[in-house]
Ligand binder design. Structure first.
Ligand code: FE
Length: 351
């Protein structure tokens, strides 16, 4: 028995003991609509999601067992567990991670009847193995005192000599960077994308360190003039409780570069039903719940991602940033380039 198997077995026994139910009975109960349980393997770790889970439990009577980890840990765990995996639904925040889980054979198709109505086709896997439910743009935080918006209106320009020694960005192992690089490979082909990565490396103000928020703060501190960041980190700093972070966003603004004139690179938070889900119906229900309008609004308000459904009006605080052109690229198209993106970025010297 692997460590992962032991851990999950122990946690399920503990949960079964708490509720007085046998885990094996729960699938049947969920299928009959009498409550039951759904085992959610999640790489989302946001406290703001907790009220959502409580609402789902209240509305459906289905209890959520949360098993948390980073995406690759959870993928490895599901692989190790094989067909005895208790995983029902896997959710994470990067199309590339969903694609890796798909490639590992960890998903089964969901019923697209409801989800297909809510979520645009480019934000879903065409075979319905996984779907997005929130969007996040990978864009540019810039020093409004030194940079004109027109200087950062394309991803190409970030690699131009204008920004030699003036760019902050996190490391190449960030899945957000890998997905952006995947989108450039899809749009431009690998050679031009690698050239771009070389330009980015030449433009780095310092070796990559820290997360996206650290890059935004570095712009404010004068370490660099521009930084790559996911939209929600900036929006969180601009609208959160931290006065220092709010002050940063008075100097540093958010710009939305365009890829081939078709809009900013958009990644997803999303998920799919596990191949061997013991509680398949409950997993379908929870995936549909994530795609609901009120759920998207809650996440937009509290985690500052953008809704995936075009008919969900972005609430505050994301509404102030939502009026950008989103690149319509099929997310699976850039997700599948992540392995190549990783090689090309290493070649280009992006650490
Ligand atoms: Fe993030």
């Amino acid at each position: 028995m692997t460590l992962a198997r032991m851990t999950i077995a122990a946690s399920l026994i503990a949960l079964a003991a708490c509720s007085g139910e046998q885990t094996a009975d729960n699938g049947a109960a969920a299928a009959k609509g009498e409550g039951g349980v759904v085992n959610l393997y999640t790489a989302r770790h946001y406290d703001s999601d907790l009220p959502l889970y409580e609402r789902f439990e209240r509305e459906t009577g289905i209890r959520i067992n949360r098993i948390e980890g980073n995406a690759d840990q959870l993928i490895a765990r599901m692989q190790a567990e094989g067909e005895r995996s208790p995983a029902d639904l896997f959710i994470t925040a990067d199309a590339g991670a969903l694609w890796r889980a798909e490639q590992a054979g960890l998903f089964q198709a969901f019923d697209p009847a409801t989800i297909g109505e809510r979520i645009p086709a480019n934000l879903r896997d065409p075979s319905n193995l996984w779907t997005g439910f929130m969007r996040r743009a990978r864009v540019v935080a810039y020093d409004a005192a030194t940079v004109q918006p027109a200087e950062i209106d394309s991803y190409e320009k970030l690699a131009s000599p204008r920004f030699r020694g003036k760019l902050c960005v996190r490391s190449a192992d960030s899945v957000y960077n890998l997905s952006l690089m995947g989108a450039l490979i899809e749009a431009w082909g690998p050679e031009r994308a690698e050239q771009w990565a070389r330009g980015v490396v030449a433009n780095m103000a310092r070796p990559p360190e820290g997360g996206d928020r650290d890059q935004i703060r570095a712009v404010s501190a004068g370490v660099c003039e521009i930084a790559l960041t996911n939209s929600y980190y900036y929006i969180r700093m601009a609208s959160g409780d931290d006065a220092a972070d709010r002050a940063v966003t008075e100097k540093v603004k958010l710009g939305f570069p365009s890829l081939n004139g078709e809009g900013a690179h958009v990644n997803i938070s999303g998920g799919g039903i596990a191949r061997h889900a013991p509680n398949r119906a409950a997993a379908q229900r929870l995936l549909e719940f994530f795609a609901q309008a009120d759920t998207q609004r809650h996440i937009a308000e509290n985690n500052n991602e953008f809704p995936a459904s075009p008919d969900v009006a972005p609430p505050a605080p994301v509404n102030a940033y939502a009026d950008f052109t989103a690149n319509p690229m099929q997310v699976r198209a850039f997700a599948q380039h992540q392995p190549q993106a990783q090689r090309l970025m290493a070649e280009a010297g992006w650490r």
